[in-house]
Design a protein around this ligand. Structure first.
Ligand code: ADP
Length: 478
């Protein structure tokens, strides 16, 4: 991108505006370290104004015919599809990811608007008889209310789309708080919503500095009825505790530590292609990324050799060069975390097969393969969030199952093997999502979410809209 020309302000009640106290913060291009933009920092009073606007807009938006809400979302889908290249360029600029990952994300984000445009007119309800025959039971779903949406930097467009689209489809009004590393993508999406003629107050964007107290004060506001958060388990736990004070409904997409298991008899063409997808999509910065790769001893050597060939084909460099397939990490801090994990792994007995060496500069880290990783070692039990494949060799399938389930997380998992074996294994995995002989599982039509400490609730699918609806039951005379 030559120069960023999109909005750099807060969006409150249908208008772009600077923060009340005029503060701004820098948004950097991690590939070059250069300043992309100076973004408005929201003060507490801006966050309050955003909640005011969302609260005021809620009665009329929730009463807007579903068909109209659907058509608005459909216009956003069309605008976002037409602007996919611009959106991808903004994602690349502030997040650092490779162009192929960014363009896939831009199109995937648009699909959430299409999917929830279709869901807006299919909000379910139900009639039941009562077993005693004394009443009729009518079940309806109603918009929950003002929703606070907090998103991370790794998929700055998709995570915002996956929350805004179902919230609006359900008749909720929203305050979006993107990660401070990636506010430009969020601002561009809000600009598309604005162009699609979203009514004032239905969508608001705030970027508070500091974030903690601002989110606390919004959660303390009686009008905020929903928190949908994607981010780290650590922050998620804090926000769950804060939400408890007013019993705010929460949807939480938290950390993962996805196991990928290659069973005896697996087709290595499929397993290698799937492992490359599951590990390297988004440069490894995905909560669904394969973090622990367990390969059966019978396939281990060939798996390593073939994975190494595939990793060697990655070209590391700025996403602005569209042919590069591995971009920068979002920040020096994130890059250093990955480097430290690899160093620790080596200290704990792993061997570097490829990459690892610190010949790259800035926020870049090379495609790396480690073998001889021990189950339970630091890298095996920490979310890597970078392009590092950490491989554990195993002998016994039952052990592989125990190791795969030996985690406080349970977001996604992958299994490769003869289909019957792989499906049977998948059913026994403690994981909200399992890719069976596939390395990519995300789909707007599928329920995305985790078990254990990976989160609460589901996004996408038929389930996604329900997170923004409350059930009301009417008891009628028989
Ligand atoms: P990551 O490790 O992906 O950066 P975080 O959980 O730190 O994950 O960030 C995810 C989102 O949560 C971002 O929008 C970030 O600004 C926000 N966030 C971070 N700390 C807090 C906090 N104390 N209260 C509310 N939101 C927070």
């Amino acid at each position: 991108m030559t120069a960023y020309e999109g909005p750099t302000d807060l969006f409150i009640n249908g208008a772009w505006r600077a923060g009340a106290d005029g503060r701004r913060f820098p948004v950097l291009d991690p590939a070059t370290g250069k300043l992309l933009a100076s973004f408005a920092a929201a003060a507490l009073e801006d966050c309050e104004a955003a909640v005011d606007a969302a609260g005021d807009a809620f009665p009329s938006w929730s009463a807007t015919p579903p068909r109209e809400r659907s058509e608005l979302l459909r216009r956003v889908f069309e605008l976002m599809t037409a602007e996919a290249e611009t959106l991808a360029a903004i994602i690349v600029a502030e997040n650092g990811k490779a162009w192929p990952d960014a363009i896939v994300e831009a199109k995937y984000s648009a699909e959430f608007f299409r999917w929830f445009a279709e869901e807006a007119v299919r909000i379910p309800g139900e009639y039941r008889g009562s077993p005693s025959g004394d009443k009729r039971i009518v079940v309806t779903h109603q918009s929950i209310g003002v929703s606070l949406l907090i998103t991370p930097w790794n998929f700055p467009a998709a995570m915002a789309a996956r929350k805004i689209a179902p919230a609006l489809a359900a008749g909720c009004t929203v305050v979006l708080k993107p990660a401070s590393e990636t506010p430009l993508t969020a601002a561009f999406i809000v600009e598309l919503l604005n162009r699609a003629r979203v009514p004032a107050g239905v969508v608001n964007l705030v970027t508070p500095k500091p974030v903690g107290p601002a989110v606390e004060s919004m959660l303390a506001d009686a009008r905020v009825r929903k928190l949908s958060f994607t981010g780290s388990t650590e922050v998620g736990r804090q926000l769950l505790a804060s939400s408890a004070r007013r019993v705010v409904s929460t949807s939480m997409e938290l950390g993962g530590n996805a196991p990928l298991v290659v069973l005896p008899g697996a087709d290595l063409d499929v397993a290698i292609a799937g492992t490359v997808d599951a590990k390297m999509r988004n440069g490894g910065s995905a909560c669904t990324a394969a973090n622990r790769i367990y390969v059966h001893a019978s396939l281990h050597e060939e798996f390593l050799a073939r994975l190494t060939d595939r990793f060697l084909a990655f070209t590391l460099g700025p996403g602005s060069t569209r042919s590069n397939t591995l971009g920068a990490l979002v920040s020096q801090r994130e890059r250093d975390k990955v480097a430290e994990l690899v160093e620790t792994a080596v200290g704990e007995g792993a061997t570097i097969v490829l990459g690892g060496a610190d010949e790259s500069s800035g926020c870049f880290y090379p495609a790396t393969i480690l073998k001889g990783v021990a189950h339970g070692s630091t890298i095996n039990s920490t979310e890597i969030f970078g392009p590092v494949a950490a491989i554990v060799r195993y002998d016994d399938v039952e052990d592989a199952l125990l190791m795969a389930n030996d985690s406080e997380f349970g977001l996604s998992a992958y299994v490769f093997g003869p289909e019957g074996d792989a499906v049977r294994f998948a059913f026994r995995l403690q994981s909200g999502m399992v890719g069976v002989n596939r390395g990519v599982i995300s789909d707007p039509a599928a329920p995305f979410g985790g078990v254990k400490q990976s989160g609460l609730g589901r996004e996408g699918g038929f389930e996604g809209i329900l997170e923004f609806l409350e059930t009301q039951y009417l008891s009628l005379p028989a």
